[in-house]
Design a binder for this molecule. Sequence first.
Ligand code: ADP
Ligand code: MG
Length: 474
Amino acid sequence: MAAAWQDVVRNAAAVREAAAVAVDAALLAGVLMRTGEQPHASDVVNYAPFTLLPSAVPWALFEQAYAVQQDFNLLVDAISQNKEFLEKTLASTIKVDDFTARLFRIYMQVLEEGLAQTVFLGINRSDYMFDCGLDGTAALRQIEINTIAASFGGLTSRTADVHRLVLKVLGKTEEASQLLPNNPAKGLASGIAKAWELYGSQRAVVMFLVEDVQRNIFDQRCVENELWNRNIRVVRKRFRDVFEHGSLDASRRLFMDGQEVAVVYYREGYVPQVYNQQNWEARLLLERSRAVKCPDIATQLAGTKKVQQELSRPGTLEKLLPGHPEAIARIRATFAGLYSLDEGEEGDRIAATAIADPDRFVLKPQREGGGNNLYGEELREVLEKIKDSPERTSYILMDKIKPQPALNYLLRAHSPLQVSECISELGIFGVYVRQGQELVLNQAAGHLLRTKAIEHADGGVAAGVAVLDTPYLV
Ligand code: ADP
Ligand code: MG
């Protein structure tokens, strides 16, 4: 990928000036996070970390990522309705992974009782990196698809303005005008609003299910405010609140303190640490309810790493999306090599290959939220240790994507201004709404570019590794 800003990146005075403008612009635009020191306070906040310069992204790959998003929406929705597929695919995983097993138990329990929910809302984010081939050409490779609590759609709706200003300060007015507008917050809210409307009760609220510690509250507020703009009431509750104040009536309508809930939008609930016994009970209550869950538990399971790995098996997409050969081709074109570590010859073989050549692979457990994957020597050590035990099946292996690094500055509060070699990850937000069997909305809702220094193998913005960025199409 062309290094877009070679002339300015080493000009210390220009960079310092632009960085000062950038930070103030971010604060003005509301690219904010609560601080690590005072994570519960909104009266002491700082800017969310971001790059000084927008990063170059090949326009053909950017377009490819947008073009496949409706297909991925369709696919996730299809998986969430395919009990046989989920059961079969997750059978080995739930034997060894307690968290996935508990989610799966709720899934089965809710199905046995019969679904009260009739309107379905999916908000996902499909993440990609640009794999650099031996001949220097870049290819779009999916890292994963997030089907629960995909974040930064709010803050990223405000970063392009900041980068536009930075480019102008650096004398690049023409380039500034080329940065695309981007408003996932609006797109996500339009999906939530559609689901709320189809639920069909003017008085009912949208409930954001939020964390105990809400450092990223401003990101969520962006979506919330879009809903208030449409005169839809929003409440923010934690699992604990649901346990203490949530109830179902005879037709399984969900009430919080007597107030009916139309939509439950999870920004929490994807890591095991969150769930004590009470929170599991709260989760079950929500899943049993008629309220539109975003996502319902089936869709959360559709986003597991194990499902992703099974999708790459020849023939699987054809079974899940019969009659959609073009969608299947677009989806498959984004897949990296993915490998099952299930017990048996296939797993033995790939485990041995990865132990011999760990730098070719990433070892992934069934976890979300960043910082869980294993690389290099650590991958080798762990795989050596578990290669003959059933524990192996709680992981999958994936080809390691190797993007071409570019120089940039990562602006973080209280950190020195220094140039870093960086790589980027592009996410496309997808939104869909289904009523019964009819898909009434299916769209791409905007994008997110996150960039990190190459020395960090893993981790997102919330984990303090990646920062917000804006694509500059080349
Ligand atoms: P999580 O659910 O924890 O976000 P991801 O699959 O997105 O898990 O991986 C976390 C991070 O690890 C990614 O954001 C990316 O930076 C890095 N990563 C994941 N898979 C690969 C891969 N195949 N090649 C290179 N880096 C990867
Ligand atoms: Mg991820």
